[in-house]
Design a protein around this ligand. Structure first.
Ligand code: ZN
Length: 545
C-alpha cells in the first residue's frame, strides 16, 4: 500500500501520558494506519520531523469559536496553536436553539462578540440545523458542541426575567435540551454570572441537567462565582452533577479572582478531589494567563440586565439607575460576581470597541481612560462608553495569582482550554485587542510552563491537551496517536515553541509549530495555513438511541 503521508524521524508523545519514543507514523485516507520504527515504504508525501515532537492534535475543550465561525471558517488563531478539535457552546452561550419569536434577544446577545458592523445571519432554528449549517460551510478543524443554557432560557424559558420558570416553560426548556442532545450535543453548558442565566436557581439547572444525564452527557459550567463566592460555586457544580445524575461536570477556566482571595485554589481543588473520591466525576479546564476576559457589561449588577441588553441601555440613561449601579459596584460584599471589586479599575482593560470615538482606548485600563478622556470619575466614563457603543465592548481583567495558576495547572483533574476562539491577524476577525489566549494558550504552556519553569512534564502537558479531553468527551478515535485513529497531529519543536501574543499585540501566531494535520490533511505546513477545510462536525453517539 502507498501511504498518503509518512512523518519520519519524530519523537512521538502519544497523548496517553506515557513516555516518548522514536517512530515513524503513516497516514492514509485520514487515519493513522501504522506506527513503526524506520518505515521503508515510499509514501506520496514525507514530513521530516527530526528534532521535533509528534503528538495528537490538541482538543480545545473550552472554546468560543462559535462566535467567530459565522465570519470565517479557517480558525487561524487556534489552528496555528495546534488545535484540531474545538468544543463550542461554552459558558451557556450557543448559537442554537433559536426561537423565532425571541430571535432579536439572542441576536443582541451575540452582537457583543461580533466584529464591528457585522451581525450573524441566523438561518437555523434547531440545534440539528445549526450543526448542519457548520458542516455545510466547512471548517479547518473538527467541532464538537455543547448546548448553552443561555440559549435554552431565551428560547423556551423566562428569558431575561428574574424569576423561576413556570411549569410549561420548564417543559419547553427540557424539550430544547432534548432536541440538542438528540442532535449530537456533548452536554449542556452554563455561565452563571451572565444574564439571563444568573437568574436561575440551582433547581432550575438540575431539571435540565437531568435531561443531559439521560443521554450520558456532561455538565459544563462557568461557575456562579470565581472570587468571593468561589467555594460555594464549586460546591454548586458538584451538587448539580450529583442531583442530576450527569456522567460528569466540568468547571470552566478554573481560577481564583481577586488578590485578597489568592490561595483559595487549595480548597477548591480539595473539594473537587473529595467529590471524585465519592464517585462524583468533576474535572476542570484552564488557560495559562493572569487575566480573564469577557464583555464589559459583566461589570454591572444582575438587575441592570433584566429584560435584555436594550433595557440595560435604557437604565444607563437614567441618572437614578446609574446612582444605584454605582452603589452596587462599590459594595465589597456583593452576592453577585462583582468584577470591579475583584480586580479594581487599574486592572480592568478595554479589549475591543466598535466606534471611532473610543478606538484609542483599546488596551488601556479604566483609570487611564478616565484621565485620557477628561472625565471627573470612572463611572461616568464607563456609562458613556457603554451607551456610545451600544454595550458592545469587551474587556480583560487582571485578577489571578501565579501560585493559583500553577497549582491548578498541576492538578490531575485539570486539562487545557483556551476560552478563546478562532480569530485572525487580518480581515474581519482581526479587530480590537482580544485576550492573547486566542493565539497563545497551548504554546504558552509548552514553552513557558513546561520548558522554562518545569511545572509539568511534556508528556503530562500533552495528555492534558489531547488524551484527557478526548476521554472526557468520550471520543474513542481521537486524542491518542494510535493505529486506527483519525490522523489529527501536531508537529512542534520543543526547544523553540512559545507564544508571542501579548495583551497589547495579541494578533501574533506562536513560534515552533510547523505542521498541523486534521483528519489526515495537512492544514498548516511549514507554518503556513493553506486553503484546506477538512474539519468534521462531531456528534455524540449515545447508547440510548
Ligand atoms: Zn466563561
Amino acid at each position: 500500500m502507498v501511504y498518503d503521508i509518512v512523518i519520519k524521524n519524530g519523537t512521538v508523545i502519544d497523548g496517553t501520558g506515557e513516555q516518548r519514543y522514536t517512530a515513524d507514523i503513516a497516514i492514509s485516507e485520514g487515519k493513522i494506519v501504522k506506527i513503526d520504527r524506520q518505515m521503508k515504504e515510499k509514501p506520496l508525501e514525507i514530513i521530516d520531523a527530526s528534532d521535533h515532537i509528534v503528538c495528537p492534535g490538541f482538543i480545545d475543550i473550552h472554546s468560543h469559536s462559535d462566535m467567530a465561525l459565522p465570519f470565517g471558517n479557517r480558525l487561524e488563531s487556534t489552528i496555528h496553536q495546534g488545535i484540531t478539535t474545538t468544543v463550542i457552546g461554552n459558558c451557556g452561550f450557543s448559537l442554537a436553539p433559536v426561537n423565532e419569536d425571541r430571535i432579536d434577544l439572542i441576536k443582541k446577545e451575540f452582537e457583543i462578540h461580533s466584529p464591528p458592523g457585522e451581525s450573524i445571519d441566523i438561518t437555523w432554528r434547531t440545534f440539528a440545523e445549526y450543526l448542519d449549517t457548520i458542516e455545510h460551510a466547512k471548517i479547518s478543524s473538527n467541532i464538537a458542541s455543547l448546548v448553552g443554557f443561555g440559549a435554552i432560557r431565551i428560547a423556551g424559558g423566562p428569558a431575561y426575567d428574574d424569576r423561576p420558570p413556570t411549569d410549561s416553560e420548564k417543559e419547553m426548556m427540557r424539550y430544547y435540551v432534548t432536541e440538542a442532545m438528540e442532535a449530537g450535543a456533548f452536554g449542556m453548558s452554563t455561565g452563571l454570572i451572565y444574564p439571563p442565566q444568573v437568574y436561575a436557581t440551582t433547581g432550575e439547572i438540575v431539571a435540565l441537567a437531568e435531561v443531559v444525564a439521560e443521554y450520558k452527557g456532561l455538565y459544563f459550567s462557568h461557575i456562579r462565582g470565581e472570587g468571593e463566592t468561589v467555594l460555594e460555586a464549586v460546591k454548586e457544580v458538584i451538587e448539580i452533577v450529583e442531583r442530576s445524575g450527569c456522567v460528569g461536570g466540568q468547571i470552566a477556566h478554573h481560577k481564583v479572582a481577586g488578590r485578597h482571595l489568592w490561595g483559595l485554589s487549595k480548597q477548591t481543588l480539595h473539594l473537587i478531589h473529595e467529590a471524585n473520591k465519592r464517585g462524583i466525576s468533576v474535572t476542570c479546564d484552564q488557560y495559562p494567563y493572569d487575566r480573564g476576559s469577557t464583555s464589559l457589561i459583566s461589570l454591572l449588577p444582575p438587575w441592570v440586565h433584566v429584560g435584555g441588553v436594550n433595557e440595560l441601555l435604557c437604565r444607563l440613561r437614567s441618572p437614578e439607575a446609574c446612582e444605584k449601579i454605582r452603589a452596587a459596584m462599590e459594595n465589597t460584599k456583593s452576592d453577585w460576581e462583582n468584577i470591579r471589586v475583584e480586580a479594581g479599575w487599574d486592572n480592568i482593560f478595554i479589549a475591543s470597541v466598535k466606534t471611532e470615538k473610543w478606538k484609542d482606548i483599546e488596551g488601556l485600563n479604566l483609570s487611564e481612560i478616565t484621565k485620557l478622556k477628561g472625565y471627573s470619575d470612572t463611572y461616568a466614563a464607563l456609562f458613556e462608553l457603554l451607551l456610545d457603543e451600544n454595550a458592545e465592548v469587551t474587556m480583560t481583567m487582571k485578577s489571578m495569582g501565579d501560585e493559583d495558576i500553577e497549582r491548578i495547572m498541576k492538578s490531575e483533574y485539570v486539562m487545557v482550554g483556551t476560552d478563546g476562539g478562532g480569530v485572525a491577524p487580518e480581515g474581519v476577525l482581526s479587530h480590537g485587542k482580544p485576550h492573547p489566549r486566542h493565539y497563545g494558550t497551548y504554546p504558552r504552556i509548552l514553552g513557558r510552563y513546561v520548558r522554562k519553569k518545569g511545572i509539568l512534564t511534556l508528556e503530562n502537558a500533552i495528555y492534558k491537551m489531547s488524551g484527557f479531553p478526548a476521554k472526557r468527551l468520550g471520543l474513542t478515535d481521537r486524542g491518542n496517536l494510535q493505529e486506527g485513529n483519525w490522523a489529527d497531529i501536531v508537529i512542534f519543536n520543543p526547544e523553540t515553541i512559545l507564544d508571542n501574543a501579548t495583551y497589547l499585540e495579541p494578533h501574533q501566531f506562536p513560534t515552533g509549530i510547523p505542521h498541523v494535520i486534521v483528519n489526515g490533511t495537512i492544514v498548516v505546513k511549514e507554518g503556513i495555513q493553506g486553503e484546506e477545510l477538512p474539519g468534521m462536525v462531531l456528534r455524540k453517539s449515545n447508547s440510548l438511541h
